[in-house]
Design a protein around this ligand. Structure first.
Ligand code: GLG
Length: 797
């Protein structure tokens, strides 16, 4: 069969393809098939439609001798892939109809797919959006990461407390990957470095194999398909027969178990430094495998390593793959015999580095003891890189090796051709703070690429109602060119059109409200304002500011229940890192407040609070289209960009937010009058911290805040254990590093402005619609074009 000539997809051909896979790939009759079998059969039928384009993309890349982009990321938060595939291949109608013919419910079949949570949050989700945009822009590219057996933990609540359980997405069958047993590389750790014939020879002590699993990623309309290649760790000798024959079965299986540990779990935190040997092993494991694979492909096309920077661009997503610098130099110098300085220059021309955070605790650094033990040759190379850099800039005392540490941010910076931040504010702060010294030495290196999100998943697919209205109004060109959303702006003046916009939002809210009733036992009036904060739990993101304001609001409603309050439901969702006690306490506090407030008959018409368990991509897709208000309230200077903020704005939810991360640019695009701004700016934050007893002062100046804190501290929400939250109150009235108290008063003011804006429904709809119309710039297609032009020098084919 010539796969390029697969029949055009009608409902009938798709139905036949599903039945055929059910029989021949899964050995089931329709009568015996379970929902998982149907989901797999449908996925295979869809996947088949990608394969020809996949081969074709590869062929065209070779033919054009095009520059290739490699995106190295410890995390790819891809979520479910079936709907993505169906939507991008434009097979929604056929798939729905085919399943209907087979007596199946389309939504239920889609919902059977596990949510692949191979990432923690924004950084991992950004990588997933980037893959999709790279394909949409037909840029020859490949993502490299780790095929974790267990993604981010599952979260549930017990007495309001977070309980973690392992996530087991691979226990269900995964439809999208192709195992590549032949794409296997040996990766070493530890051991000795010897000199031999003037060259350093590294003999590792421990070795594992990295085996590739490929997932095709189709862009919009399926014209181009790139690959996500994830590495799984396998034992070199999977089975120890000697032990087995001795009867020691555990020892016999030990090599496999040991090797697999490397790709077993995702570290459940990306914002604190993990000083764990296993983490460093994971980082080296996938980076080294990717580099081998990249060079193998390069060697198959070119015979001059000098052309590496011309033909290959490697993007390091944060410092997690920073070891790529010394590893590439090692391969070029030790293995390929290129002199050290040239090897370093070639690596520097090929690598680029994205910084995602300025939080000091998240800037990776490794003690030279651990680093040298696992990667002895790399430690020597880092020292040589450091020396070479110091020699080139003798007047500066800069070193990436201070205090017996290897500082990965500095290493990445020095080894990169371009270094980028992820929003204008963040990039500016990078230049002024963490990389001030290096920026002075290399003023051309730092560039900005403000993050973006893929409109296919984050509007077209998750919000069919609004998408249909937009397409009805301006055609469907916006899906590939999101800035065309501007064309709906004139319609916003039309009352009839505004009604349709409002109706689409109301329908999404009704759907969410039904779901909340069925699955969470929550009765919510869809007319109430849906006020949503969903993201990882972190003090800098300030979920506690939000809940304190809710408490103050509740108290005020109690004082005057008939004062005409604008009904609101506050929805939270997010996971706390298992070791982050304070963040977990905030979850518990919100759950406790929710219990008390929701049970209060006097106020429940006006205010409800809910914390939804197990936040993931699928839940985000459910919540964002139904949101009225987007909470983006981090302490200014702390959130590098945010991407959830963009998804909300795009789906017509105005933001209440600080001047932080991409909020700044969102406000510029949607217009200050369509954004509820509050709080201190980044420089004000720095200045405020210098004020003695700033928190005390703020509390004394605001009786509402004092009263809310008093309620938390005295056990109003934890009567069985009144001092449960004493430490939170103490933190917020003392050190209060994240300035919750100091920003509270202005946050309250902005929230009351939100109330009055929402009370005027027509005004609100106008604001919401303008948010959608003016958010087109936040497409990850725009971001990827920026990387292609300013960083990679890559072209669309
Ligand atoms: C980071 C930042 C976010 C940012 C994301 C993607 O904290 O502000 O939007 O990367 O650049 N670790 C993260 O999630």
């Amino acid at each position: 069969m010539n796969i390029a000539t697969l029949p055009a997809v009608s409902t009938d051909t798709l139905r036949d393809a599903i039945l055929s896979h059910l029989a021949y790939s899964f050995g089931k009759t329709p009568e015996a098939a379970q929902i998982e079998d149907w989901r797999m059969a449908l996925s295979f039928a869809i996947r088949d439609r990608m394969v020809a384009r996949w081969f074709e993309a590869t062929r065209r890349t070779y033919e054009a001798e095009a520059k290739r982009v490699y995106y190295l990321s410890m995390e790819f938060l891809i979520g479910r892939l079936l709907e993505d595939g169906i939507v991008n291949l434009r097979l929604q109608e056929q798939a729905r109809a085919a399943l209907y013919d087979l007596g199946l419910d389309y939504d239920a079949v889609l919902a059977d797919e596990p949510d692949a949570a191979l990432g923690n949050g924004g950084l991992g989700r950004l990588a997933a959006c980037f893959l999709e945009s790279l394909s949409t822009l037909s840029c020859p590219a490949m993502g490299y990461g780790i095929r974790y057996e267990h993604g981010l933990f599952r979260q549930s609540f017990h007495d309001g407390r977070q309980v973690e359980a392992p996530e087991t997405w691979l226990l269900q069958r995964h439809a999208w990957e192709f195992e590549r047993p032949e794409a296997r590389y040996r990766i070493g750790f530890g051991g000795q470095v010897r000199e031999s014939g003037g060259r350093a020879v590294w003999t590792p002590e421990e070795e594992v194999d990295a085996e590739a699993f490929d997932t095709p990623i189709a862009g919009w309309q399926g014209h181009w398909v790139n690959t996500l290649r994830l590495w799984s760790a396998k034992a070199v000798h999977p089975f120890d027969l000697t032990s087995f024959n001795r009867g020691d079965f555990a020892a016999a299986a030990a090599p496999e178990a040991l090797a697999r540990t490397i790709s077993r779990v995702l570290y459940p935190d990306d914002t604190t430094e993990q000083g764990k040997e296993l983490r460093l092993k994971q980082e080296f494991f996938f980076t080294a495998a990717a580099l081998r694979d990249i060079l193998r492909r390069f060697d198959s096309e070119y015979d001059d390593l000098g052309r590496l920077p011309e033909k290959v661009a490697i993007q390091l997503n944060d410092t997690h793959p920073a070891i790529a610098g010394p590893e590439l130099v090692r391969i070029l110098h030790d293995e390929r015999g290129i002199d050290f300085d040239t090897a370093m220059t070639l690596a520097q021309g090929t690598l680029n580095y994205t910084n995602h955070t300025l939080l000091p605790e998240a800037l990776e650094s490794w003690h030279e003891g651990v680093f040298g033990k696992l990667l002895p040759r790399h430690l020597q190379i880092v020292d040589r890189i450091d020396d070479a850099h110091a020699r080139a800039h003798p007047s500066r005392g800069f070193s990436m090796r201070a205090d017996h540490q290897v500082r990965m941010g500095e290493l990445s910076f020095v080894m990169a051709n371009r270094v980028n931040g992820v929003s204008a504010l963040h990039t500016g702060l990078m230049k002024e703070t963490v990389f001030a010294e290096l920026n002075a030495l290399h003023p051309e290196k730092i560039v900005n690429q403000t993050n973006g999100v893929t409109p296919r998943r984050w509007l077209l697919s998750c919000n069919p109602g609004l998408s249909e209205l937009i397409t009805d109004t301006i055609g469907d060109g916006w899906v590939a060119d999101l800035e065309r959303l501007r064309e709906i702006e004139p319609e916003v003046e039309d009352a009839g059109w505004r009604d349709r916009f409002a109706a689409a939002k109301r329908a999404n809210k009704a759907t969410l409200s039904d779901w909340l009733g069925e699955t969470q036992g929550l009765q919510v009036d869809p007319e109430a304002m849906f006020d949503i904060q969903i993201k990882r739990m972190h003090e800098y993101k300030r979920q506690h500011l939000n809940i304190l304001e809710a408490i103050a609001h509740w108290q005020e409603i109690k004082d005057a229940p008939d004062a005409g309050w604008v009904p609101r439901i506050k929805i939270f969702a997010g996971k706390a890192a298992p070791g982050y006690a304070f963040a977990k306490d905030i979850i518990r506090l919100i759950n406790d407040v929710s219990r008390v407030v929701n049970a209060d008959q006097a106020t429940r018409e006006a205010l409800q609070v809910a914390f939804l368990p197990n936040y993931n991509v699928t839940l985000a897709e459910r919540l964002i289209p139904a949101a009225d208000l987007s909470e983006q309230i981090s302490t200014a200077g702390k959130e590098a960009s945010g991407t959830g903020n963009m998804k909300f704005a795009l789906n017509g939810a105005p933001t209440i937010g600080t001047l932080d991360g991409a909020n700044v640019e969102i406000r510029e695009h949607v217009g200050a009058e369509n954004f509820f701004l509050f709080g201190m700016t980044a420089p004000e934050v720095t200045a405020r911290r210098e004020v003695e007893a700033h928190a005390r002062q703020a509390i004394e100046a605001d009786p509402r805040l004092a009263r809310a804190l008093e309620a938390v501290g005295s056990g109003v929400f934890s009567p069985d254990e009144p001092d449960r939250y004493a430490h939170i109150v103490e933190n917020l009235s003392g050190h209060d590093y994240f300035l919750v108290a100091s920003d509270f008063t202005d946050y309250w003011r902005a929230q009351r402005e939100v109330d009055s804006a929402y009370a005027d429904r027509d005004r609100w709809t106008r604001m919401a619609a303008l948010n959608t119309a003016r958010s087109g710039w936040f497409s990850s297609d725009r971001t990827i074009r920026g990387y292609m032009d300013d960083i990679w020098g890559a072209k669309s084919l």
